[in-house]
Design a protein. Sequence first.
Length: 84
Amino acid sequence: LAGIHINWFNTFQFAHAYARGEGMKHYTEMVQEPEFAARDKGYTFVSHQQEVGAGYFDDVTTVIQGGSSSVKALTGSTEEEQFH
């Protein structure tokens, strides 16, 4: 029950700030910075690729490509400099 309320309330706060013109600045301050600060407490979703199974798909891609691939998501992520 608490999870859905937290999710909806934070989504409301973000949408409200975005509509007032704070946009991505608000996202950075209200979401990204607190997430990064929580890493030392064990919060892992900053590396969301790991949480959603990107490593598995990297492994599948590597096998299909015969041992290497230039389109893997994880390696040194966060987004490995957007797949360069």
